[in-house]
Ligand binder design. Structure first.
Ligand code: FES
Ligand code: FES
Length: 126
């Protein structure tokens, strides 16, 4: 199966790979797995006092499309409010990366990772 140029670019030059310091109180983590293939994605967001996402990092153990999806969303969420980031849809990711139907679940993983991280943020800031 052919990957799109954008997938290959993100796969070969992933943006924002890594983790933040474990005890940074402004960091939340979304960790999700895809039951279909066993791939795992960890997305971390660093959120300022005003609820703006300052920075994002990811670690993904998975296919090229999953890595590209997580790399892309780390770029997309920066500068957004948590509500704006929560509105990112897997369909937007799949469209941007031109993912074929069998790889749609890879973009769902990225959407779920954003949502999981934001859930932690909302729980922390009740
Ligand atoms: Fe997930 Fe390809 S099946 S790595
Ligand atoms: Fe399962 Fe991509 S995340 S094949």
């Amino acid at each position: 199966m052919a990957y799109s140029e954008k997938v290959i670019d993100h796969y070969e030059n992933p943006r924002n790979v890594g983790s933040f310091e474990k005890d940074d109180p402004s960091v939340v983590t979304g960790m999700v797995g895809a039951p279909a293939c066993g791939d795992v994605m960890k997305l971390q967001l660093k959120i300022d006092d005003a609820g703006i996402i300052e920075d994002a990092k990811f670690k993904t153990y998975g296919c090229g499309s999953a890595i590209a999806s997580s790399s892309l969303v780390t770029e997309w969420v920066k500068g957004k409010t948590v509500d704006e980031a929560a509105a990112i849809k897997n369909a937007d990711i799949a469209e941007e990366l031109a993912l074929p139907p069998v790889k749609i679940h890879c973009s769902i993983l990225a959407e779920d990772a954003i949502k999981a991280a934001i859930d932690e943020y909302k729980t922390k800031n009740k």
